[in-house]
Design a protein around this ligand. Structure first.
Ligand code: C2E
Ligand code: CA
Ligand code: CA
Ligand code: CA
Length: 279
């Protein structure tokens, strides 16, 4: 049991290192998860530190299995990648997140960007760009309200192919961010080749930065360099006001973390957007 947000508890019955034996059984369970509607998305707000308003939400997958209870998304994604279900699940996530965002907009809430995690296997699919395009067309959604998150480590593999796809997505108007930045040992200069909009500084650095000089240096260096190459920064995993104040003072653009809100159901996002807009 992990304590979250002061008053919320999260039960992940199966953590990554515990599930090895159940793997095959879980594959079968996952097979039925989509059609049985056991998968859903929650959304975590991302805040502009200067205006204090929600400018984005990150879609995060949740699986409540009748057999396994709440399964950690890291476990779920691993099983999905091993079994090949990742393509179907990844497409479902994209469509669901875009549908939800379009719905909020049609209801009159202030528009926000929806950010969707894309696994390496999914991004490397030959028809990935077409799939994204088809979803945007089906939903009639403005592409500039969709952001795709690719982890730093994933972005460093099959680079030429990825660059080409990123260029196509950019020309469609879709935004691209590099997730978990700082964990992959790439240099920021390396990423000047990529047509990316945002770097998301990994939560581990934010967590350590106020009591560890190395982490502090890494965070401030990333922020400063990103500014010079005009890439936006999101600090992940901000949990305290001290972290927020430090990041703000260093010129960080946006924050995400339990300090503002944990990931929540679509209705709670409505409540928060309502407050923002004084609807
Ligand atoms: P991530 O993309 O780095 O997502 C952020 C994770 O950090 C989420 O965990 C979120 O709940 C957690 N988090 C946010 N703020 C805080 C904070 O202040 N403190 C702490 N301790 N944690 C915070 P979650 O939802 O369990 O997701 C874990 C990972 O599973 C994600 O990490 C992502 O890699 C993967 N994942 C989740 N949904 C999807 C999806 O739809 N597709 C793919 N490919 N991966 C997904
Ligand atoms: Ca992410
Ligand atoms: Ca992340
Ligand atoms: Ca992470």
């Amino acid at each position: 049991v992990k304590k979250m947000g002061g008053h919320n508890y999260k039960f992940y019955n199966y953590e990554l290192d515990e599930f090895v034996k159940e793997e095959q059984e879980m594959e079968k369970a996952l097979y039925h998860a989509i059609e049985n509607q056991e998968l859903k998305l929650v959304y975590q707000p991302i805040i502009d530190v200067n205006t204090n308003e929600i400018v984005e939400v990150e879609a995060l997958l949740r699986w409540t299995s009748p057999v396994y209870g709440s399964v950690s998304p890291l476990v779920l994604i691993q099983i999905a990648e091993q079994s090949g279900f990742i393509y179907e699940i990844g497409e479902w996530v994209l469509r669901e997140a875009c549908n939800q965002n379009k719905q909020w907009q049609e209801e009159g809430y202030p528009p926000v960007v929806v950010s969707v995690n894309v696994s390496a296997l999914q991004f490397d699919q030959p028809n990935f760009v077409e799939m994204v395009n088809k979803i945007l067309e089906d939903i009639d959604m403005d592409p500039s309200y969709l952001e795709l998150e690719i982890t730093e480590t994933n972005a460093m593999d099959r680079v030429d192919e990825k660059l080409e796809k990123m260029e196509s997505l950019k020309s469609m108007g879709v935004r691209i961010s590099i997730d978990d930045f700082g964990t992959g040992y790439s240099s920021l200069a390396y990423f000047t080749r990529f047509p990316i909009d945002t770097l998301k500084i990994d939560r581990s650095f934010i967590n350590d930065m106020l009591n560890d000089e190395n982490a502090k240096t890494i965070v401030t260096t990333i922020i400063n360099l990103a500014k010079t190459i005009k890439i936006k920064i999101i600090a992940e995993g901000v949990e305290t006001v001290e972290q927020l104040e430090y990041l703000k003072q260093k010129g960080c653009d946006k924050i995400q973390g339990y300090y503002f809100s944990r990931p929540v159901a679509p209705d709670l996002i409505r409540e928060m957007l309502k407050e923002d807009s004084k609807l």
